[in-house]
Design a protein around this ligand. Sequence first.
Ligand SMILES: [Zn+2]
Ligand SMILES: [Zn+2]
Length: 182
Amino acid sequence: MTDTHDDTQALPDFPYHPDPVATGSIAPSDTECICCERVRGFIYLGPVYAVDEIDEELCPWCIADGSAAERFGAQFTEVEGVVPLDTVRAIEQRTPGFSGWQQERWLTHCGDGAIFRGHAGAAELAPHPDAIAAIEADLDRYRRAPAQVDHFMSSLDKDGQPTGYAFECRICGAWLAYADFT
Ligand SMILES: [Zn+2]
Ligand SMILES: [Zn+2]
């Protein structure tokens, strides 16, 4: 075997994004990380907000320990809602983000950041009426007619547009979601 991946090496623990490979934010890669300058076997694919353009060049370990955020002034998402500053920093600077069509929003609940569960279409949201209700409440603020709401909800596509973004509260277990409105 010439494969240099060490698949037994566990990814860092990301309490707000526990399965970033499943959500597509981290993938196996032979790319060298521009922060630790090592080939770690995995690379981060999500957005990086920094002065320099950084595109698929950071390893999960340099995100987890804050070194990428510190060295490049980078953050990976934006927290929405009022949570303690330590929580904001843990999510924005030490957690892999996710790609959205529009500006990403990291949802919060019960005074804590929620767990990102991934992109979600109508099928993925169906088992979670609380997540559906959250998107419908957003739509309500735009005063959409019920028929429009139904059409929008059924058109949500995990791999297309519009898409939903699903979260789970770490405290109460409620599912939350938002969607891009185009
Ligand atoms: Zn690194
Ligand atoms: Zn909650």
